[in-house]
Design a protein around this ligand. Structure first.
Ligand code: PMP
Length: 383
């Protein structure tokens, strides 16, 4: 049986999450915003319980949790939702990084066309952006700094802790895309200082199609974001549209499981990484790791296998492994990873780079068996 090693694109749903969702689909048929019957009330209770589970994982208050359709939408609200405030305050400068997900980069590019000024900071070869490089760009009219917690392609942890602490003293909003860290760097996230934070449930073994935007209150006030869709008053008007009750239940359950199990999961992630590195060494392929491992999350490895085209490798090993060489959102046709490019890695090395990512339910035996086959083929197709 082949092994799925593309958890950073989407992790499989935890069956305990699925069970809860099926229960909710069967038994909570109402609209959580219906006020006129018990069906509405029972659906509302499910949503509010999910909100509490999310809040607990992140150590925030329940009324700071807003459900969305996923991190893409959360990121869009966090940025586009500031338009009215930007107009009012004449603050139209945004700082972000060159390695953000497209949901950030395309959104700020769109605002750029409307006259916003955007500074995009690149990392160095370590895959990490420098705190000072970001802080050095902050101006009087800076509206927002948006930096991801963990990069989806390299697994490299960004200095959001340091940034949050410094930005707190400045009159600048700070948004963190925590899609790849939520449920993994649990204690670290609880400690972060930020105004807004996004994630998608499916990256922590919840369902696809639901995500969260955390809006931290300051002096009892939410950050000045407005909805970017017009419609009802759901989610306090921040995200109109009928709340998908079962999806929120799945998201909440995934958060609850992550909170209970992240310690043992993180130990296991490290064991798998060691196994993958052992295999690479045993098979004698020449490789190097992209990104500084001192700052890398346990569940991701981005490696360059010298002389082996990643496209050729993935096509010829599909029966063994689900691997990737970039973000799924940009992978319809091959172009060199913009993340690795921004790190200053030469194109020839990017063309030989693959991302391997795994999760708590990945079987070590399956990894050994299938990755071994992949590495054998890598040796054969090496030029
Ligand atoms: N941000 C990051 C860092 C991601 O990895 C992803 C998913 N690849 C997203 C945002 C977008 O998530 P979704 O597609 O679930 O909206």
């Amino acid at each position: 049986m082949s092994v799925y090693l593309d958890y950073n694109a989407s992790a499989p749903i935890d069956l305990r999450v699925l069970d809860i969702m099926v229960e909710v689909y069967k038994n909570n048929i109402g609209n959580a915003d219906s006020r006129t019957h018990n069906y509405g009330e029972s659906a509302r209770k499910v949503v509010e319980n999910s909100r509490k589970q999310v809040a607990s994982l992140l150590s925030v208050a329940s009324d700071e949790v807003f459900f969305t359709s996923g991190a893409t939408e959360s990121n869009n609200i966090a940025i586009q939702g500031l338009r009215e405030y930007a107009e009012k305050t004449n603050k139209k400068h945004i700082i972000t990084t060159a390695i953000e997900h497209k949901a950030i980069l395309e959104t700020v590019k769109h605002l750029q066309k409307e006259g916003y000024e955007v500074d995009i900071v690149s990392p160095d070869i370590s895959g990490r952006v420098k705190t000072d490089a970001i802080l050095g760009k902050v101006r009087e009219d800076t509206l927002l700094v948006s930096v991801m917690h963990v990069n989806n392609e390299t697994g490299i942890i960004q200095p959001v802790k340091e940034l949050g602490e410094s930005l707190q003293e400045k009159n600048v909003l700070f948004h963190i895309d925590a899609t790849q860290s939520c449920g993994k760097l649990v204690e670290e996230i609880k400690d972060l200082k930020y105004n807004m934070l996004s994630f998608s449930a499916h990256k922590l073994m919840g369902p696809q199609g639901v995500g969260v935007l955390i809006l931290r209150k300051k002096a009892y006030k939410l950050p000045p974001v407005k909805a970017i869709l017009y419609g009802g008053q759901q989610e306090h008007g921040i995200r109109p549209g009928t709340i998908p009750v079962a999806l929120t239940a799945g998201c909440g359950k995934a958060c609850e499981i992550a909170e209970n199990e992240y310690k043992k999961n993180n130990v296991y992630m490290d064991v798998i990484k060691e196994k993958v590195l052992d295999l690479l060494n045993t098979f004698g392929v020449e490789y190097h790791i992209n990104g500084d491992q001192e700052y890398c999350i346990g569940s991701t490895l981005n490696i360059c296998i010298e002389g082996v085209s990643s496209e050729a490798l993935m096509i010829s090993t599909k029966q063994y492994c689900g691997l990737s060489n970039g973000s799924a959102c940009t992978s319809k046709s091959y172009s060199p990873s913009y993340v690795l490019t921004a790190m200053g890695i030469p194109t020839s090395q990017i063309d030989s780079s693959i991302r391997i990512s795994w999760g708590p339910d990945t079987s070590i035996d399956d990894v050994i068996e299938n990755l071994g086959e992949v590495l054998e083929i890598a040796k054969q197709i090496r030029n």
